[in-house]
Design a protein around this ligand. Structure first.
Ligand code: PEP
Length: 249
């Protein structure tokens, strides 16, 4: 049985007071033992979140990191800086990082390599634009994203990888992939992993769905056999909504 995971990507939301309030509200809810929960605050709130969630069943993830260990990278943060404040997980490849900040499959390959080498856990995001789905090139596109950034990794590295399929047309739009569309892509991803590695690895890798998951649709999406949970944007900013999603398995 694969891990079930729900991760909240807070994006550039929640200052100190708002983080305190949201985390206080989140920790008042009980969380099933068979579900792993993450929150990903902005860099400035990571230490606060680590400290507030000490001893709680909620892990803290960063939303990005640099591929370099240190040096002339103004505005950037390294994996050792994250680990130094107790953050062991990083989201890489979010569609907003790709579209707004020029991240490519190649640059993500470098970030992934560093994160793996430094012992970080990665939530790796990928997914097609609406135009690619309309042109029916979405499977090729997803294959390319995975191939370039991940498929040269040794099998052991996959213990540190959680995948998050996020069709760009469903992120923050209120438009969700249907459960069947999510299942179809997740099954395709497992097939590609099996072809590149082996059946056991393909069966064990956790694949989250992301894109307008809300309290009213999470159960249906999470019921799909190859969907192991969700990466949640907007709905992770409200403790009650997020916890309905966490408990939607
Ligand atoms: C996201 O940003 O990863 C995301 C899935 O956002 P939303 O849930 O708001 O669509």
């Amino acid at each position: 049985m694969r891990n079930q995971i729900v991760a909240g990507n807070w994006k550039m939301n929640n200052n100190t007071a708002e983080t305190e309030l949201l985390l206080t509200n989140l920790t008042q809810h009980s969380i099933r033992e068979d579900v792993s929960v993450y929150v990903a605050p902005a860099f400035t709130q990571l230490s606060q979140a680590v400290s507030m969630l000490n001893g709680q069943p909620i892990k803290v993830a960063a939303q990005n990191m640099n591929a370099a260990a240190s040096g002339a990278h103004t505005g950037e943060v390294s994996s050792s800086m994250l680990k130094g404040i107790g953050v062991q997980t990083v989201i890489l490849g979010h569609s907003e990082r790709r579209s707004l900040y020029g991240e490519t499959n190649e640059s993500l390959k470098a970030k992934v390599a560093t994160a793996i080498e430094d012992g970080m856990e990665i939530i790796f995001c990928f997914g097609e634009e609406l135009s690619e789905r309309k042109e029916n090139t979405h499977f090729d596109l997803v294959k390319e994203q995975l191939f370039t950034a991940l498929f040269e990794l040794p099998s052991e590295a996959w213990n540190q990888i959680i995948l998050a399929y996020e069709p760009v047309w469903a992120i923050g739009t209120g438009e969700t992939a249907s459960p069947e569309q999510a299942q179809e892509m997740h099954a395709f991803i497992r097939k590609e992993i099996e072809a590149n590695y082996d059946a056991a690895l393909a069966e064990n890798v956790v694949i989250l769905y992301g894109g307008s998951v809300k309290p009213n649709n999470a159960k249906e999406i999470f019921s799909m056999v190859d969907v192991d949970g969700g990466l949640i944007g907007g709905a992770s900013l409200n403790a009650d909504d997020f916890m309905v999603i966490v408990n939607a398995f």
